[in-house]
Design a protein around this ligand. Structure first.
Ligand SMILES: [Zn+2]
Ligand SMILES: [Zn+2]
Length: 341
């Protein structure tokens, strides 16, 4: 099969023939119909992720058709249209049995712990726990965007941030996660302030329901406090500056949700955290069993993830698009269709 292969960190990947994955016990193999290009792939390519062994195939936001079913997998057949969370949980540990598959210590992530979906085929381990059946009227490109950024945002805003109607939510960074957060918080009845450096991304944020949009600057926290302060802030990008601004933008007892990765760590002003009773919350993916609530909101038209897809590219165009993330995040979600060349 053809795949995008990272041979060396930070060096343009190649597109070449590699061996197809086989369906191990408990696993399935999918024909990849669509797969999202995400900043996490860029972090992996840059060498920020210690789990990756070279040569490596990135890709963790995937949707496809089951091509092979391993021994012990029940309820799934060749031809089924599916997606999966990027965290493939084991289904058997204490966290999984409590329903918190997103923090399973035995989790495997395609495109990180093993070869991912920037390829014609990809394996999904622990398939019975992790496969999500696609509604008939949902296309593969839309579904690919759900597995990481949209689902991650849904959990961050709804289950972790516990955003309620009437609250003010400040979303820092309007790439795929951020724009999803804008749309989801708006659907939950919140008033959204969106912040980004890119005017194009801010225009999309307005389209998806942001009431206020702010050009990123060191005045952002003061501007949000002028509006009355944020009940919830979301760092959808991952930057130390954003974390500081977000905490300064919160109302007393506000909740900050960290979604963007911070490979170099961050220093928190703990005094303010204590004195104002602020919460600093991590959010990581979303388990497969939580998808039906999100899919129902998509079916109802309240959430429109398809609108977040701004570009579709081929496998051959992927190395350049991955490398281009070094120069900033394009507005919206880019989806790769491996079947198209
Ligand atoms: Zn992702
Ligand atoms: Zn587990």
């Amino acid at each position: 099969m053809r795949a995008v292969v990272v041979e060396e960190y930070g060096v343009l990947p190649t597109v070449r023939e590699v061996a197809e994955p086989s369906a191990a016990d408990g696993a399935v193999v999918l024909r990849v119909e669509a797969t999202g290009l995400c900043r996490s792939d860029w972090h992996g390519w840059m060498g920020h992720d210690s789990d990756i062994v070279l040569p490596h195939v990135p890709g963790h936001e995937l949707a496809g058709t089951i091509a092979a079913v391993g021994a012990g997998v029940t309820g799934w057949q060749v031809g089924d249209r599916v997606t999966t969370p990027f965290i493939c949980a084991c289904g058997e540990c204490e966290q999984c049995l409590e329903g918190n598959q997103q923090v399973c210590p035995n989790q495997l992530q395609p495109g990180f712990n093993y070869w991912g979906s920037f390829a014609e085929y990809v394996a999904v381990p622990f398939a019975s726990v992790n496969l999500v059946r696609l509604p008939d009227d949902m296309d593969f490109a839309t579904a690919a965007g759900l597995g990481c950024r949209f689902a991650t945002s849904f959990r961050a805003v709804h289950q972790v941030g516990k955003v309620r109607a009437g609250e003010r939510v400040a979303v820092f960074g309007c790439g795929g996660v951020g724009l999803s957060a804008v749309m989801i918080a708006t659907a939950l009845g919140a008033s959204v302030v969106a912040i980004d450096t890119n005017p194009e991304a801010l225009a999309l944020a307005r389209e998806y329901g942001a009431e206020h949009t702010l050009q990123a600057s060191d005045q952002v926290a003061a501007r949000i406090q002028d509006l009355g302060g944020a009940h919830v802030t979301v760092d959808a990008l991952g930057s130390s500056d954003i974390v500081q601004q977000a905490l300064s933008a919160l109302r007393p007892r506000g909740r900050h949700v960290q979604v963007g990765l911070l490979p170099n760590g961050v220093q928190l002003e703990v005094g303010r955290l204590i004195g104002q009773e602020l919460s600093w919350l991590g959010s990581h993916g979303m388990p497969a069993h939580a998808y039906p609530e999100m899919l129902a909101l998509v079916a109802s038209g309240k959430l429109r993830p398809a609108e977040l897809i701004t570009r579709t590219i081929t496998l051959d165009e992927t190395p350049t698009a991955l490398a281009a993330l070094s120069n900033g995040t394009p507005a919206g979600i880019t989806v790769i269709t491996p079947g198209s060349g």
